[in-house]
Write a protein that binds this ligand. Structure first.
Ligand SMILES: Nc1ncnc2c1ncn2[C@@H]1O[C@H](COP(=O)(O)OP(=O)(O)OP(=O)(O)O)[C@@H](O)[C@H]1O
Ligand SMILES: [Mg+2]
Length: 570
């Protein structure tokens, strides 16, 4: 929590001013019963004063009461505005840092936190922290002052009546404490159910096409309904319990008032003082109820703040070191590489191969055989468990990440396009000129369709490029990978949606236009990688064949089988 609260520091001045105003407002509010008592007992019922004098004093004291009420109100309103401002600014800063940290997390850390959880930390958790800070600033000072000030002033007026008041306070406190303590876990439950609802909503919105295609809308609605009902039930349980606190506290208050009036009557207290005490009762009671609400938001907010802090505390520094070099002259080389995502079974076993600068590496294999994992290791999204991955003879763990990633132009499997222009999507913040972008689009076989779009490269894509076909999206992603002529081009399953003729043209453009770039091409179709200098065939995390197309046809049964199956398609 300390780190989260530290985000309030820059707004210390605003916070302090707000608190001072809250304090002034609370004090002014506490004076109201005193003035009321004075008007009733010392003015209205004072037979020594004549009528005109009484009226005069009532008007003056009435104005004083009005003044106090205005100070209380204005202090409160201005302080609340300042509070909203400082807590809003603080939440902005916190969210910014959280977002920045989240985007620097390495792939393993993202796996550990989980994407939905990272999203809810950025959205609902930061909102709960905001609520905690805002509510605490609004009520955290005001409520204790009202309670303490009320008790002190009550004692200064009449110690016996104040004892009646003081007797009620612990009782009300106990009721509120028990109820709040029990309801906090229930509110945590609500938070969890909300997360689940968010996750389900995300899944459904993202997967809306699949769901419709499989006619699963009704099924999904039913599941969503279940989640929402669960959430409603949990909220009901929490609120049901919490809603007991008000009536129970009021009951104690009313009983206290009866006792107060009885004691007042027996002791012959004046009506003014009884009325003043009545007001103190109400002020104190309300303040206690407000405090109980703060406890709920604080418990919720502190849980959220620790979820946020665990992301902020994640180590995102680059771990570079020195490793043995490779002198084989390869551009890319895997040497005895083993790797596991979960640390249990190896997803990659004994990868050993290399290609020279400007050559093409083709990778083929069944789904889940480790093709994308190979790219993940090459680009150092994950670190190997044993063995080494070299680029230009240097272990990838020796390169600063930015330098390493700059070598690559990659189109990942199921990569994403932004809701921005074609130009921005291809350039992706690299500051390339239009010529380079148009060239990349041509090589990626995308220029024909891009020219047909309204505005050409200025055409704006919809979110997730929903206004493009699958093959069009793939070609833009390829253009992004090619733009800027990177040292290493990685295309992971990037031509799967292209027809054979376009795929062939793409291969030709790659070979002719990018002779110096080393290419890594993952494909399901043999035709896409047939001319590669080295093809590796993967199966369940192992290399089961390596060589050129002609060699593999002879040496690798699996490859020969895929080839035979796909021959018909070519
Ligand atoms: N982030 C991850 N966490 C845990 N396991 C993973 C992760 N990514 C992939 N795997 C597992 O690693 C294995 C290899 O996955 P990989 O993505 O490399 O397959 P692939 O050959 O690219 O398959 P496809 O052709 O379907 O893209 C699979 O068993 C997969 O379940
Ligand atoms: Mg893959």
């Amino acid at each position: 929590m300390k780190k989260t609260l530290g985000y309030l520091k820059p707004y210390g001045g605003t916070v302090a001013l707000g608190l001072v105003l809250k304090f002034a407002g609370a004090v002014a509010e506490l004076f109201l019963p005193l003035l009321l008592e004075y008007i009733i007992d010392d003015v209205a019922q004072n037979n020594a004063l004549d009528y005109d004098k009484k009226i005069n004093m009532v008007v003056i004291l009435g104005c004083a009461m009005l003044g106090c009420a205005i100070v209380a109100l204005a202090g409160n309103i201005i302080a609340n505005r300042l509070t909203v401002k400082s807590s809003g600014n603080m939440t902005h800063d916190l969210r910014y840092d959280l977002f920045a940290r989240t985007s620097y997390l390495n792939s393993r850390q993202v796996d550990e936190f989980g994407v939905p959880s990272l999203i809810s930390r950025l959205t609902s958790d930061s909102y709960y922290v905001n609520q905690m800070v805002a509510r605490t600033l609004r009520l955290g000072v005001r409520a204790p002052i009202l309670i303490l000030g009320g008790i002190v002033l009550a004692f200064s007026r009449d110690a016996v009546l104040a004892c009646v008041l003081l007797g009620c306070v612990p009782l009300v406190g106990l009721i509120i404490f028990i109820i709040t303590k029990r309801s906090v876990p229930l509110y945590f439950g609500v938070q969890k159910k909300q997360d689940e609802m968010v996750r389900r909503t995300q899944e459904n919105v993202t997967g809306v096409r699949v769901i419709r295609a499989l006619s699963k809308s009704a099924y999904e609605c039913e599941k969503f309904d279940g989640t929402v009902k669960d959430l409603a039930a949990q909220e009901f349980r929490a609120n049901k319990l919490m809603s007991l606190s008000n009536p129970l506290a009021t009951l104690v208050l009313n009983l206290g008032l009866v006792v107060l009036i009885a004691v007042g009557a027996v002791r012959g207290n004046s009506p003014g003082i009884v009325l003043a005490f009545l007001q103190y009762f109400v002020i104190i009671l309300n303040a206690m109820i407000a405090l109980s609400k703060i406890f709920v938001v604080i418990s919720r907010g502190s849980a959220s703040s620790s979820r946020i802090e665990s992301v902020l505390a994640a180590d995102v520094s680059e771990h570079t070191g020195e490793y043995p070099a490779d002198d084989s002259g390869c551009k890319l080389r895997f040497k005895g590489v083993n790797f596991s995502y979960n640390g249990v079974e190896n997803n990659v076993r004994d990868f050993d191969f290399g290609i020279r600068p400007g050559q093409t590496l083709g990778i083929i294999g069944a789904t889940g055989s480790g093709k994308s994992t190979l790219v993940n290791l090459l680009m150092r999204f994950y670190d190997v468990n044993s063995g080494q991955v070299f680029i230009d003879g240097k272990d990838v763990r020796e390169y600063p990440l930015e330098e390493l990633r700059k070598k690559f132009g990659a189109a990942f499997q199921n990569d994403f396009l932004m809701a921005a222009s074609v130009r921005e999507n291809v350039d992706y913040g690299r500051g390339l000129d239009d010529e380079a972008i148009i060239r990349a689009l041509e090589d990626a076989q995308a220029s024909e369709f891009v020219n047909g779009l309204e505005g050409g490269i200025s055409f704006n894509l919809a979110q997730k490029a929903a206004n493009l076909s699958g093959g069009q999206k793939q070609r833009l992603l390829i253009a992004r990978a090619l733009a800027g002529k990177p040292e290493i081009i990685v295309l992971d399953d990037s031509s799967s949606a292209l027809d054979y003729a376009t795929d062939a043209k793409l291969r030709k453009a790659l070979a002719e236009g990018y002779p110096d770039s080393t290419k890594v091409i993952i494909a399901q179709r043999i035709s896409s990688i047939k001319s590669a200098d080295l093809i590796i065939v993967l199966d369940d995390g192992e290399i089961i064949g390596a060589g050129t197309h002609e060699e593999l046809k002879e040496t690798c049964g699996e490859y020969a089988l895929i080839y035979a199956t796909q021959m018909g398609g070519e």
